[in-house]
Design a protein around this ligand. Structure first.
Ligand code: MN
Length: 317
């Protein structure tokens, strides 16, 4: 469906979700490089917010636009994005575009494109992009993008979203000559000193609740300012909380502004945290979801714990 939509388009825009992660960046850059390589006559722009420094080795990342151009595209390709609003500054271009495509694996995606390729069970949008491209036209540079995306959304092939097909796709991408080991160490495991310090602090100050089935920790704005940290420096904390023995749901919060918190939820297989997130106006996946909540920290944790408790008791039925 992607290649068919591309056929009729002369001008193309690509966009992913706000605060782009590995899969968002990988899928967007994979499609971008594919079009640049095999459809040189097409005029293509890729719109993303700032991406992590460690992703800059991917081909074409210096061509990412952070400001919307005032033009009407023949086709807008939305990748790894659950709804148009999550496209952030690129949403206006999506709404104006003559044709739109949504390729995604978020369970909450209602199919907001004119054509849609949405598979909630897929490991990553990057894996879906692979399915839609002509395999022999996937160059080493394109393979690097898609491999990075798959690695990040599967936690290096660890999460249960990893399927036998995921491994087949990863194997084919490896065969393109990519430095798969470096992609994992440099973009996934490497942490800065500040990131490790914040991780340590969050672990030290974490608390168990609901009979040790839940764990919570938070980072205040004051702490972020002290370390000169940005939200990106907090990635991975919630996953580390989640692997605590006996824990079924991990909750991590950080203060975005006075009385406002960004909440990340992670679960083992039992609890669907995307439902808890949706309840409070957020979204995501069964085992990884996020939301924003306003109010006093203790009140927010209390409200969340009530919903988690409910979800845990349903799981036992
Ligand atoms: Mn994804």
């Amino acid at each position: 469906m992607l290649l068919k939509a591309l056929e009729h388009a002369r001008t193309v825009a690509i966009g992913g979700h706000m605060r782009p992660d590995g899969d968002c960046t990988g899928s967007c850059m994979g499609v971008y490089n594919y079009i640049r390589t095999w459809y040189p006559e097409k005029d293509v722009d890729v719109y993303l917010e700032d991406i992590p420094e460690s992703f800059h080795f991917l081909k074409g990342t210096e061509e990412i636009s952070h400001v919307l151009k005032n033009r009407t595209y023949d086709l807008f390709i939305s990748l790894d994005c659950g709804d148009a609003g999550r496209l952030g500054f690129a949403e206006a271009a999506f709404l104006k575009a003559k044709d739109t495509v949504s390729i995604d694996h978020h369970i909450s995606n209602p199919g907001f494109g004119k054509s849609n390729y949405i598979k909630p069970d897929a490991s990553s949008t990057s894996e879906l992009v692979y399915e839609l491209l002509e395999k022999e036209k996937i160059t080493k540079e394109i393979a690097e993008c898609l491999y990075l995306g798959i690695v990040h959304d599967t936690g290096v092939f660890q999460y249960t979203c990893t399927s036998p097909e995921t491994m087949v796709v990863a194997a084919d991408l490896m065969s393109k000559g990519i430095d798969y080991s470096r992609i994992v160490t440099d973009t996934y495991y490497e942490k800065t000193y500040v990131q490790n310090q914040l991780l340590g602090k969050a672990l030290l100050e974490s608390a168990l609740f609901l009979d040790g089935q839940c764990i919570v920790s938070s980072v205040s704005r004051k702490t972020m300012d002290f370390y000169g940290a940005t939200p990106k420096d907090l990635e991975g904390i919630v996953s580390q909380l989640r692997v605590t023995k006996g824990v079924k749901v991990a909750v991590f919060l950080y203060e975005t502004e006075e009385q406002e918190y960004k909440v990340s939820l992670r679960s083992d297989s039992e609890v669907d945290v995307s439902r808890i997130a949706s309840y409070f106006g957020g979204g995501g996946h069964k085992k990884a979801a996020g939301l924003t909540m306003k109010g006093d920290l203790q009140d927010i944790i209390h409200s969340l714990s009530e919903q988690i408790k409910l979800a845990l008791s349903e799981g036992q039925d």
